[in-house]
Design a protein around this ligand. Structure first.
Ligand code: ZN
Length: 291
């Protein structure tokens, strides 16, 4: 029960209109903090790793930690690889034990995006119980957010989204709707809700084929999050928020205790800070008690 793929937990979330956070981690302390909070809250969890930390920590080490924590946890936990642009590396992570793989070929032309995504889908479904996430349109960095939203071509086209899901067989769809990676420079980011709703309707109205993912969760106002869940969003990627919390908490502690050389104390402070941030997100997503 504890080791699951993302689709297994997201179909239920989509039906019941709550969402599951995909929390980006780069080290053991963050990973433990995220897992402990979710156990306390009885919430399903998606642990998210980027490609770089997976190489830095090592795929086998990361998966061994994930499995150890997940197998003893009374909640479902998925291990998600975020924005991997190489088909071969997607396969390596699937082999190692990730349970959700995101192949991001969104910068490629439509047909090539389909080809690469389909190859990863076929591989993951063949070797195990692994779901696959694909991206259509470009989820930008915040620097380009306004430009991307104004440039319709960079956003996900609803009809193409349907074709993309049907031809690739993906399990989760991340459509570009104007949300962005990083920290929004405005309190009112431009998000194309109408487009998101239309895509969700086309894909998931007659039974949930591909739960919808919202990238660029950090800094989204709570009313935006609520609206996106209502429209059919069930996975929110949260990365920048946790990276900033890790660095700020470390910096603040070390600045105040410059003569102390006790890494364990920094870990405790960082863990508590991460937990607080994750609780904010779980409550906002409505996932407590849903495990
Ligand atoms: Zn993303």
């Amino acid at each position: 029960m504890s080791i699951v793929n993302a689709k297994e937990i997201l179909v239920k979330a989509t039906q019941e209109k709550y969402a599951v956070g995909a929390f980006n981690i780069t080290n053991l302390i963050q990973l433990e903090a995220v897992v402990e909070v979710h156990i306390d809250k009885k919430a399903p969890l998606i642990i998210q790793t980027s490609v770089t930390p997976s190489k830095f920590l090592g795929r086998e080490v990361l998966v061994a930690i994930y499995r150890t924590l997940a197998e003893s946890a009374p909640i479902p936990i998925c291990l998600h690889l975020d924005h991997c642009r190489e088909v071969d590396y997607c396969k390596k992570c699937a082999d190692a034990g990730w349970t959700n793989i995101m192949i991001d070929a969104s910068r490629e032309p439509f047909e090539e995006n389909i080809r690469q995504t389909k190859e990863v889908v076929e591989y993951c479904h063949r070797i195990g119980n692994i779901s696959v996430e694909g991206e259509l349109g470009t989820v930008s960095g915040v620097e380009d957010q306004i430009k991307v939203v104004e440039d319709e071509a960079a956003l996900c086209d609803p009809q193409q989204a349907l074709e993309f899901v049907e031809r690739t067989g993906i399990d989760l769809l991340a459509p570009a709707i104007g949300t962005a990676h990083g920290v929004y420079k405005t309190k009112k980011p431009q998000v194309d809700f109408e487009r998101f709703g239309k895509i969700a309707q086309l894909i998931n109205d007659q039974g949930i084929r591909a739960p919808m993912v919202v990238h660029g969760g950090t800094g989204l106002p709570p009313d935006y999050v609520a609206k996106l869940i209502e429209l059919g969003g069930s996975k929110f990627n949260v990365s920048t928020d946790l990276k900033r919390t890790l660095i700020d908490a470390t910096y603040d502690y070390v600045s105040e205790h410059r003569d102390e050389y006790n890494p364990g104390k920094i870990d405790v402070v960082v863990k508590d800070a991460i937990k607080e941030k994750v609780i904010y997100w779980i409550d906002m997503l409505g996932s407590p008690g849903k495990a």
